[in-house]
Ligand binder design. Structure first.
Ligand SMILES: Cc1cc2nc3c(=O)[nH]c(=O)nc-3n(C[C@H](O)[C@H](O)[C@H](O)COP(=O)(O)O)c2cc1C
Length: 270
């Protein structure tokens, strides 16, 4: 059981855990006779989202097998920790990188990216996705060829990408992955509506974390398209499915001097 109960020596009875829990009433309740907050999982596993742990002002929630909490100065004052103008610049400057240095990214740096990815929100906190880093250039080369072959099979798809590939196959050795030293694959067993959203969130966390480490990335939709039409693509490297998404990662061999123009969205306030 992840949440084991409440430490009543610490609990001040405020009931914040009741509203912190996304399933109030299922796990946390107030005993009407004693007015005490009670935790009763009725034998079911909670979502392990940890909301009750993060919000309890007295640190009174008892849990196990969930890892450790952490905190930092400014956690309750994010606008001073990372003011909007800085976070806006950081987000707006996030570019797709299509030229990489040959240099390998040390494992301890890649692990930082993977750690950030594991903090991305997932529907009902399922966290069912698995991460695979492929740095073996021969494996990437054969995946790249298989993906191109798969894209060619669909007439409409190939009409869209044919010109692009006629150029990039002359520039890059491993065109689908832009000769990146590493590609991070994220697979999910959840072929349901939020399965794909989870993958997108995870990629975005990974890409932003990579940017803060001086790395470049590019979302690789081709992998996803090819995998959707032919699951053998993922089978060749024993990636689990059925959903598969990838991004390239490495030290950028290109400099970005400015933020590109973006037409402001028309927004309706109702
Ligand atoms: C869902 C998704 C799939 C993408 N797939 C590819 C891809 O297969 N190949 C590629 O070179 N870029 C891919 N991109 C990158 C986009 O082309 C890029 O984000 C867009 O052109 C804007 O450029 P920027 O990322 O530098 O702002 C993808 C982006 C997203 C969000």
């Amino acid at each position: 059981m992840p949440i084991v109960g409440i430490n009543y020596e610490k609990c001040n009875g405020c009931g914040i855990c009741l509203t912190a829990c996304p399933l109030p009433g299922y796990y946390y309740n107030r005993n009407e006779e004693t007015d005490q907050i009670i935790y009763d999982s009725h034998g079911k596993k909670c979502l392990k989202c940890g909301q009750c742990i993060t919000q309890c002002p007295e640190d009174a929630i008892i849990y196990e097998k969930m890892g450790n909490t952490s905190t930092f100065e400014g956690i309750q004052n994010m606008d001073s920790y990372l003011p909007y103008n800085k976070s806006f610049n950081f987000l707006a400057a996030c570019r797709s990188t299509r030229r990489y240095k040959k240099q390998q990214v040390p494992n301890e740096i890649l692990e930082k990216v993977l750690k950030a990815m594991s903090f991305a929100p997932t529907g009902v906190n399922m966290r069912a996705e698995t991460f695979t880093v492929i740095s073996d250039q021969e494996v990437l080369r054969s995946l790249s060829s298989a993906i191109i072959e798969e894209l060619k099979k669909n007439e409409i798809t190939w009409r869209i990408f044919r010109r692009q590939f006629s150029i990039i196959t002359t520039i890059y050795d491993i065109p689908v992955f832009y000769d990146a030293p590493h590609v991070i694959f994220i697979s999910s067993p959840l072929n349901i509506v939020f399965g794909g959203f989870n993958l997108g969130n995870i990629i975005t966390y990974g890409r932003l974390a990579a940017q803060s480490l001086g790395l470049g990335t590019c979302w690789n939709g081709w992998t996803q398209m090819a995998n959707d039409s032919n699951p053998k693509i993922r089978g060749s490297v024993k990636l689990k499915g059925p959903l598969l998404i990838a991004f390239t990662i490495g030290y950028p061999d290109v400099a970005f001097h400015r933020i590109p123009p973006r037409i402001e969205k028309e927004v309706r306030f109702i």
